[in-house]
Design a protein around this ligand. Structure first.
Ligand code: PXP
Length: 238
């Protein structure tokens, strides 16, 4: 069975914002990614809206109501946007001040868990599927299941940043165990972060993962090959 591919188009908006221009338009990127074989269009609405902004989310959800996967933090702002524009699914991620990109899975402190529970309930009431971005540990997966998540997205950052083959192997084993446990707990399994054309296959081979969310590598390649070809190539690998 082919894995689903979510194409994160944040960096199309990053380029637009470099000039505060009206193009390149994430809407065009979303349409092209989907027609080239992507299953979902992924956007991360950050609190500072430094790339994707609220209007992008509104327009994308209107145009592709069943294919937008919104990444956002557990905050009043993100919750309000998600409830208003109703993407197909929401992945709740941690957001730290000053970070260049998401640095890992959620830190499930008691305060965070309490807030997550409320946000998950509200999203479910609007029939929005909820994914939690988690580190591949048994403890965090159990918490995600307890909180009522539909999906866990396993953070592949530690694997993609491994400095040796041995470490990469160890990280893959952690991901495989996590994928197994997540399914036992009744969760759907996604994976993503730092994946590219060279390191994605080993993760794709892990049983049970249903969808990979990939952004930077695809948008970077699209500069030289065009977006349709960059998406098709990744989809073919999966
Ligand atoms: N999944 C999550 C939860 C993310 O936060 C990101 C980055 O926005 C990605 C996947 C995609 O990561 P990358 O751009 O490194 O492919």
């Amino acid at each position: 069975m082919t894995l689903k591919l979510g194409v994160n188009i944040d960096h199309v908006a990053t380029l637009r914002q470099a000039r505060r221009a009206h193009y390149p338009d994430p809407l065009d990127a979303g349409a092209i990614a989907l027609s080239a074989g992507a299953d979902f269009v992924v956007v991360h609405l950050r609190k500072d809206q430094r790339h994707i902004n609220q209007k992008d989310v509104a327009d994308l959800c209107k145009l592709f109501p069943k294919q937008i996967h919104l990444e956002c933090s557990c905050s009043d702002f993100a919750e309000a946007v998600a409830l208003k524009y109703k993407p197909h699914s929401v992945c709740i991620v941690p957001e730290l001040p000053g970070e260049i990109t998401t640095t890992g899975g959620l830190n499930f402190t008691p305060v965070v868990q309490k807030r997550l529970l409320k946000m998950i309930e509200k999203l479910h009431k609007k029939n929005i599927l909820v994914s939690l971005f988690v580190n591949p540990t048994a403890a965090d997966l159990r918490i995600a299941a307890k909180l009522g998540a539909d999906i866990v997205e396993l953070c592949t950052a530690a694997y993609s940043q491994a400095s040796s083959k041995k470490e990469a192997q160890k990280r893959l084993q952690e991901l495989a165990l996590a994928a197994f446990l997540a399914q036992e707990l009744g969760l759907k399994v996604h994976a993503g972060h730092g994946l590219n054309y060279h390191n994605v296959l080993a993760v794709a081979d892990i049983g049970g993962i249903k969808c990979m969310n990939i952004g930077f590598a695809i948008i970077a390649r699209s500069l030289f090959t065009g977006l349709p070809s960059a998406v098709e190539e990744m989809k073919n690998l999966l």
